[in-house]
Design a binder for this molecule. Structure first.
Ligand code: PEP
Ligand code: MN
Length: 359
C-alpha cells in the first residue's frame, strides 16, 4: 500500500494526535514515532471538524509550518492531515504534507468530494478516504470513484464506524459487514481501521485493532498524544506514546499469504454442503409459503398472523438456546425469513406487489 510511503511492517500503521496543538507536542510525537519502525505515517488534524462552534478548531496553517519544520528534523518521517476544502488541499501540499485524508463528515457529501477531487487532479498525492457518518457503502464507494475519476490512484479506505441507532457501547457502530463488502468489491484497495474513532475510548483501541487484523485489514490509524488527558480534542480515546508502543507490540499479526491446508479444505467442503442444504431448505420453505398464501386468501385471512409469528419466534429462540446459538443472530435470521415469507405470499396472491417491499 502507498508505494511512496516506505514501511517495513506487514501492517501499515498511521499514528499521531487527533489535533496538532503546539510545536512542542508535535515535536515530542515526531521524535518518539520516528524511532519506531512500526510507524509508517504520522497523523495530525490541522483543521478540526467540531460538532458545535466554540471549541478548538485546529491550529490551521501554523500547524503545517510545524510539520514542515519537523520533516526537516526527522527526514524519514511522513505526515498526513485531513482536508475538507480545496484551500486545505492547496495549503497542505504547499507545506509538503505527504498523505491527505478525507474525514467522515466530508466523504459522505458528493458536492464536497467533487470539489476536493477537482483540487487534487494532477497531484498524484496518496489519499485516505474515511467511511462516511452514515452506514451507506455506496457513499463510501462513490467518494473513492470520484477521486479515481480525477486521476488519483494511490488511494486507501479508512473504516471509522458509523452513526446508527443500534445502541452500541462503542463511539461508532462498526457495521463490519460494510468494510467486508468494500474489500470484496475492491480487492486491491488497501483498507485501514481507525480503532480510536470507532471505539471512542483508550480501552477499546487494542481489541478493535486486533479485530481489524483478524478481518484482514491492511493497517491502522491510531490516535496518540504525549499527554492524552490534556488533549484539546478526543482526550478519552488517545493513547499515550507508551501505550501506543505496548499496544502495537501486543497485536498478533496474521499471515495473509496463507494457502488452504488439507484440514481447512475438509471443513470448507462440509460447510459448502451445509450451505447448499440451507438454500434448498429455504426454497422449500418459500414454496410452502405460496401454498399457505392460497389457503389464507380463500379463507379471507390477513397474510400476517401476529399470534402465529410470536409463537414461531419464541419456539425458534428456545431451540437456539438449546443449541447454544446466539439468540440475536437467530432472531435476525428468522425476522428476515418471515419478512421474505410475507413478500412471497403477497406476490403469489397479488402479482406486481414487488414495489411495496423494502428488500
Ligand atoms: C479524525 O481522524 O481526526 C477525525 C475527525 O475523524 P473522523 O473523520 O473519522 O470523525
Ligand atoms: Mn479525533
Amino acid at each position: 500500500m502507498f508505494e511512496k510511503i516506505p514501511h517495513s511492517n506487514r501492517l501499515f500503521v498511521v499514528a499521531g494526535p487527533c489535533s496538532a496543538e503546539s510545536y512542542a507536542q508535535m515535536e515530542t510525537v515526531a521524535s518518539r514515532l520516528s524511532a519506531n519502525p512500526k510507524i509508517a505515517l504520522v497523523r495530525c488534524g490541522v483543521w478540526k471538524p467540531r460538532t458545535r462552534p466554540g471549541g478548538f478548531e485546529g491550529a490551521g496553517e501554523e500547524a503545517l509550518k510545524w510539520m514542515a519544520d519537523l520533516k526537516n528534523k526527522f527526514p524519514a518521517l511522513r505526515f498526513a492531515t485531513e482536508v475538507a476544502q480545496p484551500f486545505h488541499v492547496e495549503l497542505a501540499l504547499r507545506y509538503g504534507v505527504d498523505v491527505l485524508w478525507i474525514g467522515a463528515r466530508t466523504s459522505g457529501n458528493p458536492f464536497s468530494i467533487s470539489e476536493l477531487a477537482e483540487s487534487l487532479r494532477g497531484t498524484h498525492v496518496p489519499v485516505m478516504v474515511k467511511s462516511p457518518m452514515v452506514p451507506d457503502l455506496k457513499l463510501w464507494v462513490g467518494a473513492i470513484e470520484r477521486l479515481r475519476h480525477a486521476g488519483l490512484s494511490d488511494l486507501a479506505a479508512v473504516h471509522r464506524g458509523f452513526c446508527t441507532n443500534s445502541g452500541t457501547s462503542l463511539r461508532n457502530d462498526p457495521c463490519w459487514e460494510i468494510p467486508i463488502e468494500l474489500r470484496r468489491l475492491f480487492p486491491d484497495l488497501p483498507i485501514l481501521c481507525d480503532p480510536s474513532h470507532l471505539g471512542g475510548s483508550r480501552e477499546m483501541v487494542r481489541p478493535l485493532s486486533q479485530m481489524a487484523i483478524n478481518l484482514a485489514f491492511d493497517g491502522l490509524m491510531v490516535e496518540c498524544h504525549p499527554n492524552p488527558d490534556e488533549a484539546l480534542t478526543d482526550a478519552a480515546q488517545q493513547l499515550s506514546l507508551d501505550e501506543l508502543e505496548s499496544m502495537l507490540a501486543l497485536l498478533s499479526l496474521r499471515d495473509k499469504s496463507h494457502h488452504a491446508t488439507a484440514d481447512l479444505q475438509l471443513y470448507r467442503d462440509q460447510i459448502t454442503s451445509l450451505d447448499g442444504e440451507l438454500i434448498r431448505i429455504l426454497a422449500d420453505r418459500m414454496d410452502l409459503c405460496r401454498k399457505i398464501a392460497e389457503v389464507k386468501n380463500s379463507a379471507n385471512m390477513p397474510i400476517y398472523q401476529p399470534r402465529q409469528w410470536d409463537n414461531k419466534l419464541r419456539s425458534c429462540l428456545s431451540q437456539a438456546r438449546h443449541f447454544s446459538l446466539d439468540e440475536d443472530f437467530v432472531s435476525d435470521i428468522f425476522q428476515r425469513i418471515h419478512l421474505q415469507s410475507i413478500k412471497v405470499q403477497e406476490e403469489s396472491i397479488s402479482p406486481n406487489s414487488d414495489a411495496l417491499h423494502n428488500n
